[in-house]
Design a protein around this ligand. Structure first.
Ligand SMILES: Nc1ncnc2c1ncn2[C@@H]1O[C@H](COP(=O)(O)OP(=O)(O)OP(=O)(O)O)[C@@H](O)[C@H]1O
Ligand SMILES: [Mg+2]
Length: 226
């Protein structure tokens, strides 16, 4: 394995076996992501962006091939070990936020520290909130926020522990154009300051252009774009 690769995917196959039909969402996908890089994943709705990110996160099983993250093969771990691995190494922004409804914004942002039994970095979290223009929402609950605010809280939560790999699924899907650009620039800053590796999915080619490399997903295949 290339020493500088943080993610190495080989011949990945993901099949959804539904009640009505069987769908091959990813077919022999191979790619490498360099440590410290900023990668965009583009493709139309239903092309498999979330599927690929969820496979990399170890959140869904796959049918064939391998995914190695930081020299650790996902399929060589059991469910519990994968959860532990996620906690330590990954920052995940799901397409549908997944904030905990019973917790305030502040407490949602502390989850990554608490899960890892680590000291809470309140100062950095404050800074993220400021950069994401989330003033005065810290003590609110998710249902008291707009969709775009919830999305930005989910981004702050994913970044709060400065994880080595950030997987962001359409992190700008609910934002206006200007806020979308702001969010991607923040991800890029995190990447540059803390040497984080970022992979984000988007429909928006303009946003994808912030990336060092762009991959296109189409017909179950992933190819470098341009
Ligand atoms: N749990 C599931 N069961 C069956 N099929 C699924 C499941 N999840 C996704 N699919 C199908 O797999 C394909 C890829 O879906 P995926 O969610 O990865 O696309 P996407 O690129 O993220 O789309 P979007 O841009 O709309 O978020 C789609 O055809 C979808 O219908
Ligand atoms: Mg998706």
């Amino acid at each position: 394995m290339n020493m500088a690769a943080i993610v190495e995917i080989k011949d990945l196959k993901k099949i959804y076996r539904g009640r009505m039909q069987t769908l091959t969402a990813l077919n022999n996908v191979s790619l490498k992501i360099e440590k410290g890089s900023f990668t965009a994943l583009i493709g139309k709705s239903g092309s498999g962006k979330s599927t690929l990110l969820n496979c990399i996160a170890g959140l869904i099983p796959f049918d064939d091939g391998s995914i190695i993250i930081s020299k650790t093969e996902l399929n060589k771990m059991n469910e519990e070990q994968r959860a532990e691995f996620r906690c330590h190494n990954l920052g995940i922004v799901q397409q549908f936020f997944c904030l905990i409804a019973e917790l305030t914004v502040h407490d949602n942002l502390m989850i990554p520290f608490d899960l890892n039994d680590e000291k809470r970095e309140e100062k950095y979290v404050e800074e993220l909130l400021r950069q994401l223009e989330l003033f005065d929402v810290e003590e609110r609950f998710p249902f008291e926020l707009s969709g775009g605010q919830q999305q930005r809280v989910a981004i702050a939560r994913a970044l709060s522990r400065k994880p080595s790999l950030v997987l962001a699924d359409e992190p700008t899907g609910n934002l206006d154009r200007q806020s979308g650009h702001q969010v991607i620039r923040l991800l890029k800053k995190a990447q540059a300051y803390f040497d984080q590796t970022v992979i984000f999915a988007t429909h928006d080619l303009e946003l994808a252009k912030y990336a060092d490399q762009i991959f296109l997903i189409e017909d179950g295949q992933v190819t470098p774009y341009e």
